[in-house]
Design a protein around this ligand. Structure first.
Ligand code: PEP
Ligand code: MN
Length: 337
């Protein structure tokens, strides 16, 4: 249920309604729009009736909210969320491009790639130090040594760092080095992890699970928001379908669907969505054309020797070309890079 306040409602009227609802054991969420305030109610509403609320001063109308994602949905929060990171807005008119290798492999590898993506105009640097691998015998990531390298690359380039956190126990360590916490597709419904990053002060990049519906993705975001962290970005990274030519199937529909349902920034990952570097450009441009707020792209200077995801990584010169093309598509959809 949401309470839509009159344009003329005073701060005292809003606060008194908030106190009244909270006294009944419910939580409130106030969204102050340009014109008017909206008060969202979360919890068991059996003791509250719309008729009683309508009589309170300042109230214009009451709307039921049937969607289960209250905090992530646009009903409670009609305006787009913009996350400011190092002065760069994520979720506004300007697109956000995150780029870097799948994994941090060495200091030299990371610094080489960081310099190249910075020169091409990327806004954030990606790189995994804790890697979720299908096989326990595959490279598992450099751990803290990798985080230190990421911090050094940030120091040199000024790029904020996004890196994956796989378990709540690793979170305090990763928080010391990262600027954005990535939740990988394999952990989209790891509720203990979602609650843990919900208590973090860092923004979260939440990837869609390979078998998650859009509603399940939004409910995962809801876990993070409900635990107090309002800085969440959603990432469409392809889902599993019967098609095996590509690693996953980019659900391009998910972009406008999410933009309709949620105020959270939407990022497209064309690298994991396709699994092939030659397809990354088309998927990236399609994502921007469909209305994504940003992209996360794997880049490697020597893909043939990459320790993970070399086959889907762009070489730096191709990434630089793609940045130019992203700029052109951005203009067509009234965005900037
Ligand atoms: C990654 O970003 O390298 C990664 C493992 O992605 P995903 O969780 O989407 O598979
Ligand atoms: Mn990867």
């Amino acid at each position: 249920m949401i309470i839509i306040m009159k344009v003329s409602a005073t701060v005292e009227e809003i606060n008194s309604i908030k106190a009244r609802i909270e006294a009944q054991g419910l939580q409130t969420h106030i969204s102050q729009g340009q014109e008017r305030a909206i008060i969202g109610l979360i919890g068991d509403k059996t003791a509250i009736t719309a008729d009683n609320l309508l009589r309170l001063p300042g109230v214009e109308r009451i709307m039921p909210v049937s969607r289960p994602f209250k905090l992530a949905g646009r009903d409670f929060h009609p305006e787009d969320t913009v996350i400011i990171l190092n002065g760069h807005p994520i979720g506004g008119k300007q697109l956000t491009v995150m780029a870097g290798p799948c994994s941090v492999e060495s200091r030299e590898q990371m610094l080489t790639i960081a310099r190249s993506v910075k020169a091409a105009g990327a806004h954030l640097l990606r790189g995994g130090a804790f890697k979720p691998r299908t096989s326990p015998y595959s490279f598992q990531g450099m751990g803290e040594a990798g985080l230190k390298i990421l911090a050094e690359a940030r120091e040199e380039t000024g790029l904020a760092v996004v890196t994956e956190v796989m378990s709540p126990e690793d979170l305090p360590l990763i928080e010391k080095y990262a600027d954005v916490l990535q939740i990988g597709a394999r952990n989209t419904q790891n509720y203990a992890l979602l609650k843990a990053v919900g208590r973090s002060h860092l923004p979260v990049l939440l990837k869609r699970g390979m078998m998650s519906t859009i509603e399940e993705l939004l409910m995962s975001a809801e876990y993070i928001l409900a635990n107090g962290n309002s800085q969440v970005m959603l990432c469409e990274r392809g889902i599993r379908t019967f098609e095996t030519y590509t690693r996953n199937t980019l659900d391009i529909n998910a972009v406008p669907v999410l933009k309709e349902l949620t105020h959270l920034p939407v990022i497209v990952d064309p690298s994991h969505a396709t699994g092939k570097w030659s397809l990354v450009k088309a998927a990236a441009l399609a994502g921007v054309a469909a209305g994504a707020d940003g992209l996360i792209i794997e880049v490697h200077h020597d893909p043939a020797s990459a320790m993970s995801d070399g086959g889907q990584s762009l070489k730096p010169h191709r990434f630089a070309e793609l940045m130019t093309q992203i700029g052109r598509v951005a203009v067509a959809v009234d965005r900037t890079v």
